[in-house]
Design a protein around this ligand. Structure first.
Ligand SMILES: CCCCCCCCCCCCC/C=C/[C@@H](O)[C@H](COP(=O)(O)O)NC(=O)CCCCC
Ligand SMILES: Nc1ncnc2c1ncn2[C@@H]1O[C@H](COP(=O)(O)OP(=O)(O)O)[C@@H](O)[C@H]1O
Ligand SMILES: [Ca+2]
Length: 630
């Protein structure tokens, strides 16, 4: 505490500064940088207040970044770059843009003092700002725009924040410079800038290359991994980061009862895929600039992860949608139409809906504590969510704050598998499990609108067999704000773990490939994976458990042969696990609270921001909402 007071005093700076030839009173406290015009009538007076945590860069001279970076190197001026917000139409969150203000000082000495204090304030108050990043770009995701998105929208921002780049793999153009592969991390710091960040960039040439890199290569010194792509690409990174962490901790991921080690590497997502659900549900908008700014300032959002097991073998991890029935069928159908890009889901969704299928199964679930929260409490998990904060205290009782999360996890998951299992059996249109709301542009409120990003639970949605019109009503409610659970054939439960098995004596028809796969895996009667190292078995599974037809190395495992026009519908569906087809039907799942951290902060509350703008001098939102975007 004493240190903090000391820093506050050291950093505080107050003086007159000129903005556009108008005199302003400027003040830097430990946490905010504020300025307001002094000669204006008081009723018109506007204070701009930027949290230190949201400063992007401080540079000498008069600096412009649009359309190209230019610097007028005057010795009494400095330019401040910061996060500026704007309401976006059609999204639940706020767009972030780069704000920029040029200040003039009466003397060079004062200018240098401002620059020094602002930079020190940032370094002091934003410990999670990344210094070394590893970036993976999937050139084939979504509309195949990932490279352009990175180079035109993200790279200039990273460069402004002092990021230098190095390329591994193919030669890559970065910021108008051709950089050659030399096998080392570029070791140049950009002087005069606020942050010195090293960026290693890899444009993938095959599926799972990013995951394999994370599992095997030297990651020493990196703070985070950034993926430019969709949910499938994020899933690769997720598997690499979790797998590597468990490998280093000596934890066996195959054991469904094991406590997994939280991952120290942060993950950033630059959205460039088809659904981009993880980005939408954690940021509130699909916007590469917004996501890049969250990465630059080192935001940190914990995220629950669901591990999916087949017996005593890990199959995959999931964060958004683990869906059997409708969503599994949509995925199988959509893979045949990948050439359509993101539209494949709309087309396949309609086709599968028309095929009017339902499936029998037995679902068992372990309810979460109903006193903590409910999937029907009409709340939203927003930035600074109290339910998630309380979960941090519960999941990591020995850590004083979330920043020291990874150094102390002795109490982690101490009782998360206690309780009584509930069993339901019947015929379902779909069975879905999601660790978060899973909102996306198709469904702005998501599969479960009140689900939490980091509360250590998932929401299980059971949609019983019903007539086509009622099911359409349910699907339609995903796209609106109407309560999708207020239907007699739908139920939702907040859970810690789930098991699914085919009901009664239903055979896994058409599952020859799956049986072969199980044989290859050498699963004993007792459930142990006998052969192969921990990594070997997990990688083996991961490589075979995926069914995307686009990937070069993956075997396509689509476990039913029936096409949509067949008269006899299949008795068994498949699991859609964050966009990957699972080769097993009888699975068990467990939610691991706050297993990974993203460079995000959850969806910002638009209502609070409106309130803020009325307060006028409360925060930089005032400025943002009154200033048009560049
Ligand atoms: C007949 C029209 C039905 C409209 C229903 C809308 C419901 C949408 C809910 C979507 C939940 C999305 C959860 C996220 C899933 C992604 O992980 C997965 C893979 O994404 P990507 O890697 O970007 O390709 N996406 C899907 O499985 C798409 C499901 C779309 C269902 C219509
Ligand atoms: N170079 C590559 N070639 C083929 N597939 C790739 C490549 N890089 C990544 N992938 C795979 O492509 C799949 C889809 O990627 P993603 O970025 O999620 O796009 P989309 O959202 O359109 O599905 C992911 O499962 C990922 O493993
Ligand atoms: Ca959750």
């Amino acid at each position: 505490m004493k240190t903090f007071v000391q820093m506050e005093t050291d950093l505080r700076l107050e003086s007159s500064l000129w903005v556009n030839n108008r005199r302003c009173a400027a003040v830097l406290t430990g946490w905010h940088f504020k300025w307001s015009e002094v000669d204006k009538k008081s009723r018109d007076k506007k204070t701009v207040s930027v949290p230190v945590a949201e400063l992007v860069g401080v540079e000498e001279g008069k600096v412009e970044v649009l359309p190209h970076k230019t610097v007028e190197d005057t010795d009494k001026d400095f330019t401040v770059f910061y996060v500026k917000r704007s309401s976006s139409t059609g999204s639940c969150g706020l767009l972030w843009r780069l704000g920029r203000t040029q200040f003039s000082c009466p003397s060079r000495v004062l200018r240098d003092q401002w620059i020094k204090n602002l930079r020190t304030a940032v370094q002091t108050h934003t410990p999670l700002r990344p210094h070394r990043l590893l970036v993976f770009i999937n050139p084939f995701g979504g509309k195949k725009m990932a490279r352009q998105i990175f180079h035109s929208l993200v790279a200039p921002l990273f460069e402004l924040a002092g990021i230098s780049s190095h390329v591994i793999g193919k030669t890559e153009v970065f910021s108008n410079k051709i950089l050659k592969d030399n096998g080392k991390i570029a070791n140049c710091m950009v002087k005069k800038q606020l942050f010195c960040v090293f960026l290693v960039l890899l444009v993938t040439e095959r599926a799972n290359q990013a995951r394999d890199h994370l599992l095997k290569k030297d990651l020493m010194g990196f703070d985070g991994v950034v993926c430019v792509g969709g949910d499938g690409m994020f899933s690769e990174i997720l598997h690499g980061v979790i797998g590597r962490t468990q490998q280093e901790a000596g934890t066996c991921e195959n054991d469904p009862g094991v406590t997994l080690q939280p991952c120290p590497l942060h993950i950033g997502i630059i959205p460039a895929g088809s659904t981009d659900c993880v980005c939408y549900a954690t940021v509130g908008v699909i916007d590469p600039v917004t996501s890049a700014l969250h990465i630059i300032i080192g935001d940190s959002q914990p995220l629950d992860v669901c591990s999916v097991h087949y017996g005593f073998a890990l199959v995959r991890y999931s964060v958004s949608l683990l869906g059997y029935g409708f969503y599994g069928d949509v995925l199988v159908e959509s893979e045949k139409h990948r050439w359509m890009g993101p539209l494949r889901y709309d087309y396949s969704g309609s086709m599968v809906y028309l095929s009017n299928r339902s499936y029998t199964g037995t679902v068992q679930y372990l309810p979460a504590d109903p006193l903590l929260s409910s999937p029907r409490d009409n709340t939203r998990c927003l930035s600074g969510c109290t339910v998630c904060s309380r979960s941090t205290e519960r999941l990591f009782p020995n850590s004083s704050d979330s920043g020291s999360l990874y150094s102390s996890y002795s109490g982690h998951f101490h009782n998360d598998l206690e309780g009584e299992w509930v069993t339901v059996e019947g015929r379902f249109k779909c069975v879905s499990l999601t660790c978060m709301s899973s909102s996306c542009t198709r469904s702005p409120m998501g599969l479960s609108p009140s689900a939490h990003l980091a509360d250590g639970t998932g929401d299980l949605v059971l949609v019983w067999d019903t007539n086509p019109l009622s099911f359409l009503r349910f699907l339609y409610r995903h796209t609106s704000t109407d309560d999708q659970f207020d239907l007699p054939f739908v139920e939702v439960h907040r859970v810690k773990a789930v098991r699914f098995s085919l009901a009664g004596d239903t055979k896994e028809e058409g599952h020859e490939e799956i049986r072969e796969l199980s044989d290859e895996m050498d699963i004993e009667a007792g459930g142990q994976v006998r052969s192969g190292s921990r990594n070997g078995s997990q990688q083996h599974l991961a490589e075979n458990a995926t069914g995307r037809v686009t990937t070069s190395e993956k075997k396509t495992v689509i476990p039913f042969t029936c096409c949509l026009c067949c008269k006899k519908p299949p008795a068994v569906s498949v699991w859609n696990c964050d966009g990957e087809i699972l080769p097993f039907t009888n699975i068990s799942c467990r939610i691991h609270g706050q297993l990974v951290r993203l460079y995000a902060r959850g969806i910002e509350d638009k209502a609070a921001i409106h309130h803020c703008s009325q307060e006028r001098d409360m925060c930089n939102i005032t400025y943002m909402l009154e200033t048009s975007l560049p």
